[in-house]
Design a protein around this ligand. Structure first.
Ligand SMILES: Nc1ncnc2c1ncn2[C@@H]1O[C@H](COP(=O)(O)OP(=O)(O)OP(=O)(O)O)[C@@H](O)[C@H]1O
Ligand SMILES: [Mg+2]
Length: 422
């Protein structure tokens, strides 16, 4: 279905609240295809977030505030001193559920309009709305008119009835309210929410991958989120509450060294798969509580990798089994794009290829212009995708869909909720 692009010149801001780091990107829409030029970026270690969920509002709020200020300062010349007013924020996969429903609407021989599609989407939303969840995405995936398949955009066609397969993502209200609370303390409104995995897919996948079928896997610090795309839309998403932080923690326990050293050893000497040369290479491991840093333990590199590999295998096996259970594992293409900070270990691509039995490539943000090198890596896929979502996918927001078919009570309910909660 047709994309709606926000007008050229619109300023947008995205905030990715992660378990390892927060990132804020400020950008401006520069063309009529939804291209975004990045004008300001800020990122720093997050605090008070575990597995994507706020567990300490005060420290999370401080880290978010500093991240946003850094981005604002960088973009200040273009923003002419005006502070940011609203941001689009990610929702981690650990707080979302993905649903697919099939909806039929009567057309009665008339021409199908945008309103008919919105009617179908609202009907779908009504089926899944519950008091403890908030709808985050509503997307039409496939359309059939009088049983005819393969229709990309039914607008303008005539028929008796239209069937729409609708994909929806819902978020748990409690964690969302805590996150909104943190953002609000930075004097920002939330203009939209977007699932982390969806944003990463929008940032890293090329159009053919989205159309033909592809799974994007974002391995972060506390969450591994994944989303399946087909026919240009996201059709399924899920997550595992494990990521790079768990790998680091395993190293700290396995080699009895402080967490900071474990993180350093992982990024300097780590790898996703052991090779024969790793046996002979020795690395220095600072010992827990040892004051004399000249007395490190010498261990073979293979010991370090022997700790890393099983955890990564566990995460990838869990992703595989969730994909298989969903029914999309075998049916949707053989293509996987791996992104997120934890995808950067050498050998990750080969390990993922072996365990998922798919063709794997590493992904990083490809759609934004002017992205500084420091934030162009896989850890920034979600932040980059949030800007793309805001520029060209905002019509998938449940609030906009409801607003486009003002059927009274439901819109009123949503408006009240929105006002009270954000
Ligand atoms: N060069 C590297 N090699 C291996 N791992 C790395 C590298 N750089 C970063 N990481 C790991 O990536 C993880 C952080 O990834 P990312 O920034 O995508 O997480 P996040 O978005 O903050 O967290 P989440 O999405 O889980 O809430 C950390 O566990 C870190 O150890
Ligand atoms: Mg992340």
């Amino acid at each position: 279905m047709k994309q709606k692009i926000v007008p050229r010149g619109t300023m947008l801001a995205a905030l990715d609240i992660g378990s390892h780091k927060n990132a804020c990107f400020i950008g401006r829409v520069v063309d009529d295809q939804g291209g975004v030029e990045v004008l300001g970026v800020g990122y720093q270690a997050s605090q008070g977030i575990k597995s994507g969920t706020v567990i300490d509002i005060d420290s999370a709020d401080q880290a978010i505030r500093q991240t946003v200020h850094t981005a604002e300062n960088m973009a200040s010349a273009i923003m002419k001193g005006f502070p940011l007013r609203d941001v689009i924020v990610n929702v981690p996969g650990t707080q979302t559920q993905s649903h697919n429903v099939q909806i039929t609407v009567d057309i009665d021989g008339q021409v199908i309009t945008e309103n008919d599609i919105s009617r179908a989407l609202v009907k779908a939303q009504n089926q899944v709305i519950t008091p403890n969840t908030e709808l985050i995405h509503t997307m039409p995936v496939h359309c059939r008119v009088d049983g005819h398949e393969g229709i990309r955009d039914p607008q303008g066609m005539m028929g008796q009835s239209m069937e729409v397969d609708v994909h929806m993502v819902q978020g748990d209200i409690g964690p969302l309210q805590n996150m909104a609370n943190c953002v609000e303390r930075s004097h920002l409104d939330i203009s939209a929410l977007c699932s982390s995995a969806y944003a990463s897919g929008l940032a890293c996948l090329v159009e053919d991958e989205m159309n033909l079928g592809c799974t994007v896997i974002d391995m972060g610090a506390g969450v591994t989120s994944f989303a399946v795309f087909q026919g240009g839309a996201m059709i399924y998403s899920d997550s595992i509450p494990l990521g790079g932080w768990h790998v680091t923690n395993d190293i700290a326990r396995g080699l009895t060294c402080p967490n900071n050293d474990a993180e350093r050893l992982k990024t300097l000497y780590g790898s996703a798969m052991v090779t024969s040369s790793d046996e002979s290479e020795l690395i220095d491991v600072p010992q827990l509580g040892e004051i004399d840093e000249h007395m490190p333990n010498h261990v073979p590199r293979s010991l370090l990798i022997g700790i890393i590999q099983p955890r990564l295998e566990e995460i990838l096996e869990m992703v595989r089994s969730k994909l298989d259970e969903s029914g999309y594992g075998k049916t949707v293409g053989r293509r996987v794009v791996l992104t997120g900070g934890a995808s950067q270990l050498p050998g990750m691509r080969d390990l993922a290829q072996m365990i998922l039995d798919k063709q794997v490539r590493l992904g990083r943000p490809i759609r934004l212009s002017g992205l500084p090198d420091a934030v162009s890596g896989p850890a920034f896929a979600t932040a980059a995708g949030l800007l793309t979502y805001a520029a060209s996918h905002h019509h998938e927001m449940p609030a906009e869909i409801i607003a486009s078919v003002d059927n009274g009570s439901l819109f009123g309910r949503f408006k009240t909720w929105w006002r009270e909660n954000w």
